[in-house]
Design a protein around this ligand. Structure first.
Ligand code: BTN
Length: 307
């Protein structure tokens, strides 16, 4: 209901009386007043006068009311251990597809290969729960899909040249701005759920030792609106999801790739492959040509650009 009130105030752009709100939304004026108080506590500046309520400004928080078509599917936390943990619980309990868990900060953010993902306020930390009707072997395509969506949103929204590093990092000028972590539960040929975690450095501080990392604030020299940017990321995800089962997704990934045609070293548990990255296959594996001319494929691991 809180978000319905916000919507009416936003659309009006002027004062709306308690009476009109109460009539339009079918709740008492006391309830309206209570919801307004909650909105104010969240950081919305709402003036109240004899003419009614007027929305003066909204905070740059990732609250459900800021994401119109997704509003009902968002679980928002001021602080979570990791949105991956919350999403796993929800997915196991059968929550509907495209539920999104959003945290303003995380105390135990998780990265790929067991690493930590530092998650102070100012960044974007979300996990999207998907139930794609694809074979588990094609599940890595979901990571490709998410990285394509973020890179395209950065390009369109900020005009920055975002590129992709295999398997699914988003880079600006060679520095990492976004990481993606997917967790799947599947049976032999059915995916129950894939949870796609997306961490984007936006206005959050970049820790001095993270030399190869950057943030949107760092690149643009100013703070940016996280909620507007996340809206554009979600829009891209909607568009890219349609391509999940089509070859076009791979073409999109290739056109944004900073890895293809480079000499790379892939470091995977118990294995290291060095070669020229020449392609990715339908399951998202990287195809490399080794120095002896043989073809190798890497399905997971860290990728270091050598040239
Ligand atoms: C990587 O190592 O590059 C992947 C980082 C993924 C971080 C995101 S932030 C939202 C979600 N919750 C987590 O704990 N991790 C992912």
């Amino acid at each position: 209901m809180r978000w319905n009130i916000l919507k009416v105030l936003r659309e009006s752009g002027d004062y709306v009386s308690g009476q009109v709100l109460s009539k339009e939304l079918g709740i008492s004026r006391v309830s309206i007043w209570k919801h307004i108080r909650n909105l104010k506590e969240d950081g919305y500046v709402i003036e109240a006068s004899a003419r009614g309520y007027h929305l003066v400004s909204s905070p740059d928080l990732l609250l459900p009311g800021e994401f119109h078509s997704w509003e009902q599917k968002i679980h928002h936390f001021w602080e979570a251990s990791s949105t991956m943990n919350v999403a796993k619980e929800l997915a196991k309990r059968g929550t509907e597809e495209e539920t999104i868990v959003i945290a303003e900060s995380q105390t135990h953010g998780r990265g790929r290969l067991g690493r930590d993902w530092l998650s102070p306020m100012g960044g974007i930390y979300i996990t999207l729960i998907l139930r794609p009707k694809i074979s588990p072997i094609y599940a890595p395509r979901i990571n490709l899909m998410a990285s394509v969506a973020v890179a395209k949103a950065i390009r369109k929204f900020f005009g920055l040249k975002a590129e992709l590093k295999w398997p699914n990092d988003v880079l600006i000028e060679g520095k990492k701005v976004c990481g993606i972590l997917a967790e799947m539960e599947a049976e032999t040929d059915v995916v129950n759920f894939v949870n796609v975690g997306i961490g984007i450095n936006v206005n959050n501080p970049i820790f001095p030792y993270a030399k190869m990392a950057t943030s949107l604030k760092e690149e643009l020299g100013k703070e940016v609106s996280r909620k507007e940017f996340l809206n554009s990321v979600l829009k891209e995800i909607n568009e890219q999801q349609v391509l999940l089962t089509k070859g076009d997704l791979l073409e999109e990934w290739k056109s944004l790739s900073a890895t293809l045609n480079k000499d790379v070293r892939i470091v995977a548990p118990g294995e290291e492959i060095i070669g020229r990255a020449i392609d990715i296959d339908a399951s998202g594996a990287l195809i490399l040509r080794s120095q002896d001319g043989s073809l190798r494929s890497a399905i997971a691991g860290d990728c270091i650009h050598l040239s």
